[in-house]
Design a binder for this molecule. Structure first.
Ligand SMILES: Cc1cc2nc3c(=O)[nH]c(=O)nc-3n(C[C@H](O)[C@H](O)[C@H](O)COP(=O)(O)O)c2cc1C
Length: 153
């Protein structure tokens, strides 16, 4: 995995325009100008070194987000990217594949983790006060309990 660092103002504006934000917020066009991330890390795969590196990408992205939050920053993993335009802009050769973009910035919004509803719906939403709600499955639901042999008798 390699990382393209974006913090120049014009580049940041270009990268922003190549990302699709918050699929479930259908009436929201993405962050307003004053809320936009000031930096991005574009994670790329050098295919001369590796064919695929999906696990590595996830591990690296999560670690960066943890590091950002330890510094009082926030981040967002973005996979819905206009890869064609971004590749053209940075003149990426065919062996460099864009995997993910990680937005980095100062969080402007309060986020609340809620329990999922009865149907297990995980669509996030923003309430009228601007608080962002992210439904999560409960700890209990995350634990897989195999059927014991006794139960099958
Ligand atoms: C692999 C992956 C791809 C994602 N792609 C996008 C994306 O293209 N656009 C976006 O707004 N959010 C995307 N997200 C969602 C955000 O990064 C983030 O997960 C979401 O806002 C909810 O936060 P939470 O899952 O940390 O609670 C993606 C998340 C993951 C894990």
């Amino acid at each position: 995995m390699k990382y393209l660092l974006v913090h120049d103002e014009n580049e940041v504006a270009f990268v922003f325009a190549q990302l699709k934000w918050a699929w479930f917020l259908r009436n929201w066009d993405g962050p307003a100008e004053h809320e936009r991330p000031p930096a991005y890390i574009i994670m790329v795969l050098d295919k001369r070194l590796n064919d695929r590196a999906d696990f590595d990408a996830g591990i690296a992205a999560q670690t960066m987000l943890l590091g950002a939050s330890a510094l009082g920053l926030g981040g967002c993993i973005v996979r819905t990217i206009n890869r064609y335009e971004l590749g053209k802009f940075y003149q990426l050769p065919e062996y460099i594949e864009i995997v993910l973009v990680i937005a980095i910035g100062k969080p402007a919004q309060q986020v609340v983790l809620d329990a999922t509803d009865q149907k297990g719906n995980m669509e996030y939403w923003t309430d009228e006060t601007g608080v962002h709600h992210v439904p999560k499955r409960s700890f209990d639901e995350l634990i897989y309990k195999p059927t014991s042999n006794n139960d099958q008798d």
